[in-house]
Design a protein around this ligand. Structure first.
Ligand code: SF4
Length: 342
């Protein structure tokens, strides 16, 4: 999401969903036991329209992950409720997310008629074994086919991937990223797996049949994924589940749940760059590194954790980061004061 967007969220539960994604508990925590209805859309837009926009654009977002898999009559009811607001300019765009195997030309034509601009596809992984073990019920080929259809129909395409699913490995995640990049999406969201209570994944974990994808695992892996997307010019518009009261209140029992996961991963990239620079520095030295002024806080890390980690790793007497006239992602050694020998 850009800072210039005001999101109007409407949750669309997929009641009676025939799939069994191991991480899913939307039925148990959404607190919603009825389908979304036109009045939910109208009320959400009315609430949002009462707030100042301050130059931002207002986007209606249908959450839930299976929009085009719910009955067509329900899809049209929701879209029809939004259309007048779109026509009057109260909304600037509509986005929705759905499953790759719930997309075909007819459904995309319908979404276009109602003014949908962005279609997000939950790819999750491009590895067949991971998809199978995660109960997704679709293949990597479904993702590729759906992505091509979405682009050919003129929508903005956003692809979502998860890391740390059952059967997943670092190499599989990197390969997933490469295959998503090849589909040329307009953006991606990365969701490291969170173990939510009342899910099949929670039970597997409790039984010792699933190894938790920790915050540290996710940070380390995402520090490798982000440069792939950055290098391809594809924005990562979200990293990590949005914090919610339910998740923070105990529904997130384990896994990579952290309100600032994206920041931690970006910061880790700086730590690794600094690590490479400091490789030959003598223990006990006082070191000054330089980055662009706007990168200092990311390079320093939350609670100065990069500096503390690097000082300890290289047994430095002191490590500081200063603003420097360098390239965007560059970090340089400004000075090294060696330890005095006695
Ligand atoms: S995440 Fe999977 S199980 Fe949950 S509603 Fe979507 S398709 Fe169904």
């Amino acid at each position: 999401m850009s800072a210039r967007e005001q999101i109007v969220p409407v949750f669309v539960p997929h009641l009676g969903c025939p799939h069994a994604c191991v991480f899913c508990n939307q039925r148990s925590i959404s607190g919603q036991s009825r389908p979304a209805a036109a009045r939910d859309v109208t009320e959400a837009i009315e609430r949002a329209a009462a707030l100042p926009l301050n130059g931002a654009k207002r986007q209606l977002a249908f959450y839930g992950g299976s929009f085009t898999a719910i009955p067509v009559r329900e899809q049209e009811e929701l879209l029809a409720a939004a259309k007048p607001w779109l026509d009057r300019g109260v909304l600037s765009s509509i986005r929705l997310s759905t499953r790759p195997d719930a997309v075909d030309e007819a459904c995309l034509a319908r979404l276009r008629r109602w003014g949908v601009e962005t279609v997000e596809l939950g790819a999750q992984s491009m590895d067949e074994e991971v998809l199978l073990l995660s109960g997704r019920g679709h293949t990597a080929e479904d993702v590729e086919r759906a992505a091509r259809l979405v682009k050919a129909a003129g929508f903005r395409l956003i692809l979502q991937m998860m890391t740390g699913l059952p059967g997943d490995t670092e190499e599989k995640s990197l390969e997933t990223a490469r295959r998503l990049i090849a589909l040329e999406p307009d953006g991606v969201r990365i969701y490291p797996t969170v173990i939510v209570r009342d899910t099949a994944l929670y039970r597997l974990w409790r039984e010792g049949r699933y190894r938790e994808h920790t915050v540290e695992d996710a940070v380390r892996l995402c520090a490798k994924l982000l440069p792939l997307f950055d290098g391809a010019g594809i924005p990562v518009i979200r990293l990590g589940l949005n914090p919610t009261e339910e998740l923070s209140g105990g529904q997130a029992a384990g896994g990579a749940y952290h309100p600032a996961l994206g920041e931690l991963a970006r910061s880790r990239i700086w730590r690794e760059r600094a690590e490479a620079l400091l490789a030959g520095v003598e223990p006990g030295s006082r070191v000054l590194l330089g980055v662009r002024p706007e990168k200092i806080s990311q390079a320093t890390g939350q609670h100065r954790q990069n500096l503390r980690w690097l000082e300890e790793r290289f047994a430095l007497a002191e490590l500081k980061i200063r603003p420097a006239a360098v390239k965007n992602e560059e970090i340089v050694l400004l000075s090294v004061e060696k330890a005095e020998r006695t």
